[in-house]
Design a protein around this ligand. Structure first.
Ligand SMILES: *[C@@H]1O[C@H](CO)[C@@H](O)[C@H](O)[C@H]1NC(C)=O
Ligand SMILES: *[C@@H]1O[C@H](CO)[C@@H](O)[C@H](O)[C@H]1NC(C)=O
Ligand SMILES: *[C@@H]1O[C@H](CO)[C@@H](O)[C@H](O)[C@H]1NC(C)=O
Ligand SMILES: *[C@@H]1O[C@H](CO)[C@@H](O)[C@H](O)[C@H]1NC(C)=O
Ligand SMILES: *[C@@H]1O[C@H](CO)[C@@H](O)[C@H](O)[C@H]1NC(C)=O
Ligand SMILES: *[C@@H]1O[C@H](CO)[C@@H](O)[C@H](O)[C@H]1NC(C)=O
Ligand SMILES: *[C@@H]1O[C@H](CO)[C@@H](O)[C@H](O)[C@H]1NC(C)=O
Ligand SMILES: *[C@@H]1O[C@H](CO)[C@@H](O)[C@H](O)[C@H]1NC(C)=O
Ligand SMILES: *[C@@H]1O[C@H](CO)[C@@H](O)[C@H](O)[C@H]1NC(C)=O
Length: 842
């Protein structure tokens, strides 16, 4: 066996230094030993081809995940698109899947439908058309895939189901494809049914026939973007199965039995995958599944939810994305390691390349991890990817993984004569380590040379992802240089009269949550923002417990003044329609300080928005009559001012209420909304600081080693203070940003103190494990690794103490990425009062 450990072959002089460094990094102390095993030889043989690769893709939507991207200025907006779509540059995606807007909340917001009602049709709404066009511009071969999360109510014709009138729904979907083709010149390759909801045989057959008749024979149906139970259903109904081209599973486990699916003889996809935060752990999760899904489950596509985290923190699943772009005002964005995990496959393959079968180029590594080989059917090119992630770093958000062990090893591949054997020229080698950033991310190493017996070896440490390929020219770690610096605070004062917004688009920076708010010119030619959804949609998640609302700003805001002009048209026939303005709201305005004015001349001040059930808020703080009459078809100006525990509301030039006591524990977005499905109009939105905004003094002016951690009220209004700035790192350390010191526990439980210490990720007392995705979206335990999460959780008391275990008032935390605060609540918890933050005390 001629072992050509990469780097031991001849190398170009220029690469020698890099190579020496790499070798020093990767092989010191890790030469193959019997303990870690040298493994057996893995045969790579083109005589055993399996299925074609369909795609490594990204998903925009499900929902509103790309919302803030379109509001970026150039050149940053194009740069972000390059990192996602440009071949041989970044993620270089093979496929873009988008939501077909359905007028309803679909996770991070609402995406508008192209048909709010039966007779309505507008192909200028939203950003998915634009995104598909930009993707195609960069890569004409990129595949497109559309899927509905929700449907406008009319599609159900009164039944709340998209399947009761199959022709209506099929025509509605066909109209979307027609818009893509006729307005944007886009051919959509795949179309889905109803995300993570039921499917229906009659509907799917009707859809197939409708698409064929409308000239969309090439558009393939994916069923059903959910569980594998669809395979059993299709196995029993041949005509249903015949209408379906692809089986799309969500978050499939690689440890399930898919024989029923294989029997259908259709491509099997992970048509939604990951949902994991875009740090190194998210990259490790994704690197692993895009290799294991073929190696273990014969799946031929993996599509990441989601494409780009361009939705505010405070809406669901912050930055569970390939990259993050949440600051359109500063232009700052983050190219995450997930982009480079993707590049490991996408830049070295194309859809249509063929996977090699288990044991002939794909499978499990002897000491844990996976490998998969793709071959070009039209040339002698091939690409092998290898990945080895340990159990601690492997999990995506779902499903849970069974226990497993991985160890570093040297892996030897043997190229069969079908692959060219020893005549294969040097192979390009690209390397990342997603468990240890210092080893590099998507970096080209020196070539590996194939020995006379067709073998070559690579050393695979834990955390590694390798690409070994005949494709030597083209792939690159593209860069547009550093983006503008981060400015996480939404800039105030802010004002928008919507006159610069394109027709049919959402208001700039506004993120619709319930209902769809669009800019249109009114009869006078003035551009106004109008709520457009006329009836309860066939929803996906919460589709209307509260009235329509759109939010803007920061989850941390507390003391703000929000003003907007509102108009209630005389054509609104509802009982007592309202226009509302709010501060401190959470995503669905379940909490927050809300001022609504009603057509009747009444007003309410409430905690949370009005309910759709009766048009009134449930938790009213104050109500009464407006100081002056309200007129239909006339503009009125309404505002709310919240400072600490008091709120004031104005209607035109008079106070509706003044300095009314409100709870001070809510922080959140500014919002405008209404109490039902009608076309309330808004103009001249403005937001500014209320009260006296000064950053609070830190508890500890010069934090240092040995200082204890405690808790105190969080800095408000998007301010941060040096004693409350922490980063949750992917290696499970909890780092105090200003000092670079780490939280270290004095013991494993029972109330052990936590203090700042020099960082040492190998010290178990510094391993504060957490669900790295959910901790940013809700309250989760943060606990000493290897310990029981309950008894070893970071625990806080209202008196300001923090310890490991012990009796506390809370043992779960939520991380606020904009202010780097570790808070004791995500949405207001009345039993805890004002949010408390992890703080260095001294
Ligand atoms: C990361 O890799 C470097 C270089 O190989 C090594 O020195 C360091 O110990 C590693 N860190 C961890 C946490 O494994
Ligand atoms: C590849 O594997 C599949 C599934 O095990 C098998 O049906 C097929 O015959 C194999 N193909 C070749 C060429 O070995
Ligand atoms: C909607 O339902 C009504 C009955 O409730 C029916 O008469 C009508 O034909 C349906 N519309 C369509 C387009 O199928
Ligand atoms: C659905 O459309 C097809 C084709 O236009 C038509 O033959 C069929 O009668 C329609 N079904 C219903 C229930 O309207
Ligand atoms: C292989 O070549 C055929 C014929 O030119 C072409 O249709 C097909 O797309 C090619 N496949 C790939 C994966 O490039
Ligand atoms: C009601 O008025 C609004 C705003 O002027 C307008 O957009 C909408 O089309 C009207 N609706 C009807 C049913 O006339
Ligand atoms: C307006 O408020 C008054 C006093 O609270 C109440 O009696 C009346 O029913 C309200 N009007 C409407 C239309 O709800
Ligand atoms: C809120 O109240 C605190 C303490 O009473 C005070 O220090 C602070 O300045 C107030 N905030 C604002 C914005 O007025
Ligand atoms: C902290 O506040 C400073 C000063 O306002 C700001 O420049 C910085 O971006 C903030 N950092 C974070 C993480 O919020």
């Amino acid at each position: 066996m001629a072992v050509a450990l990469f780097g031991f072959g001849p190398v170009a002089a220029a690469q020698t230094l890099v190579l020496a460094l790499v070798l020093a990094t990767l092989t010191v102390g890790t030469h193959p030993t019997s303990a870690e095993g040298s493994g057996s030889t893995l045969i790579v043989d083109k005589a055993h081809v399996g299925e074609p690769l369909d795609a490594i893709g990204g998903l925009s939507g499900g929902g509103a995940t790309s919302r803030l991207l379109i509001d970026y200025k150039e050149p940053q907006r194009s740069q972000i698109l390059d990192y996602l779509f440009k071949p041989n540059f970044g993620a270089s995606l093979h496929l873009l899947k988008v939501e077909i807007g359905g007028d309803s909340q679909s996770t991070d917001g609402t995406e508008p439908s192209h048909m709010h009602s039966k007779d309505d049709l507008d192909y200028k709404r939203g950003y998915e058309w634009w995104l598909m066009t930009e993707a195609k511009k960069r890569n004409p071969n990129i595949k497109l895939y559309g899927l509905a999360w929700a449907y406008p109510g009319w599609v159900g014709n009164g039944t709340s189901s998209p399947f009761s009138y199959p022709n209506l729904t099929a025509d509605y979907i066909s109209k979307w494809l027609q818009g893509a083709k006729s307005v944007y010149g886009l051919d959509v390759d795949y179309i889905g049914i109803w995300n993570e909801r039921s499917s229906d045989a009659t509907y799917v057959k009707t859809l197939r026939r409708t698409l064929d008749d409308a000239g969309f024979k090439h558009t393939q149906i994916v069923a059903k973007d959910g569980g594998a139970d669809i395979c059993n259903t299709l196995a029993k109904d041949k005509s249903y199965a015949d209408a379906v081209s692809v089986i799309g599973l969500h978050y499939p486990s690689d440890f399930s039995d898919y024989s029923q699916c294989y029997a259908l003889n259709k491509p099997l996809w992970a048509s939604e995958e990951s949902s994991s935060y875009d740090d190194l752990n998210g990259a490790a999760c994704w690197a692993r599944v895009i290799t294991s899904h073929w190696a273990l489950s014969r799946m031929t596509a993996s599509i990441m939810w989601n494409l780009v985290g361009a939705y505010y923190h405070g809406t669901n699943w912050y930055a569970s994305s390939m990259m993050t772009a949440v600051q359109p005002w500063s232009g700052h964005y983050w190219v995450s390691p997930v982009v480079w995990a993707t590049a490991h496959v996408t830049q070295f393959t194309r859809p249509g390349w063929l996977y090699l079968n288990d044991s002939y180029g794909s499978g499990s590594l002897p000491n844990g991890g996976y490998y998969a080989t793709l071959v070009d059917p039209n040339s002698s090119d091939f690409t092998i990817t290898v990945v080895k992630i340990d159990h601690d770093h492997a999990p995506c958000t779902r499903p849970a993984l069974p226990p497993f062990d991985v160890h570093a090893e040297t892996v030897t591949f043997k190229l069969a004569p079908s692959m060219g054997g020893s005549s294969v020229p040097a192979l390009a080698v690209w390397y990342s380590n997603f468990q240890n950033e210092t080893q590099g991310i998507f970096k080209r190493l020196s070539d590996v040379h194939v020995g006379t017996d067709g073998t070559f070896s690579v050393h695979v440490p834990v955390g590694a992802m390798y690409t070994i390929s005949t494709i030597r020219d083209g792939p690159q770690k593209g860069s547009h240089g550093p983006p503008p610096p981060s400015a996480p605070s939404f800039p105030l004062p802010y004002a928008d009269a919507f006159d610069e917004v394109a027709e049919s688009q959402e208001g700039k920076y506004l993120a619709d949550q319930i209902g769809a708010f669009e800019v249109h010119a009114d009869a006078q030619g003035n551009k106004v923002l109008r709520q457009m959804v006329p009836e309860l949609p066939i929803g996906w998640s919460d589709h209307g417990s509260n009235g329509p609302v759109t939010v803007i700003g920061m989850r941390e805001w507390q003391d703000v003044f929000v003003q907007v002009k509102v108009r209630l048209s005389s054509n609104i026939t509802a009982h007592d329609p309202a226009a509302c303005v709010a501060a401190r709201v959470d995503q669905m305005w379940d909490r927050g300080i809300v001022f609504c004015v009603y057509a009747s001349g009444n007003y309410t001040l409430s905690i949370g928005g009005p309910k759709q059930s009766n048009g009134q808020p449930a938790d009213v703080v104050s109500q009464g009559q407006l100081p002056t009459p309200i007129h239909r078809d006339h503009w009125h100006t309404i505002s709310i001012t919240c400072v600490n525990s008091s709120a004031s509301g104005m209607f035109d030039s008079g106070f509706a209420f003044r300095d009314v006591a409100v709870p001070a524990l809510d922080t959140g977005f500014a919002a405008i909304g209404t109490n039902g499905w009608f076309a309330v109009e808004y103009d001249a939105l403005s937001i500014s600081e209320a009260g006296h905004w000064v950053p609070p003094a830190p508890k500890c002016a010069n934090p240092k080693r040995g200082d204890k951690l405690g808790a105190r009220p969080c800095a408000t209004n998007g301010f941060n203070t040096t004693d409350q700035l922490f980063t949750l790192r992917a290696d499970w350390t909890l780092v105090h940003d200003p000092t670079g010191l780490c939280a270290q526990a004095a013991g494993t439980g029972g109330g052990a103190a936590v203090a700042l210490a020099a960082c040492d990720p190998s010290n178990p007392m510094q391993q504060f494990k957490n669900d790295y995705t959910r901790v940013r979206n809700t309250e989760m335990p943060v606990f000493l690794d290897g310990q029981n999460p309950v008894s070893a959780a970071l625990t806080g008391t209202l008196a300001g103490g923090v310890s490991v275990g012990g009796n506390g008032d809370w043992a779960t935390w939520s991380y606020f990425p904009n202010t780097h605060q570790l808070r004791n609540q995500y949405t207001a918890k009345t039993n805890l009062g004002f949010p408390m933050c992890l703080t260095v005390m001294c």
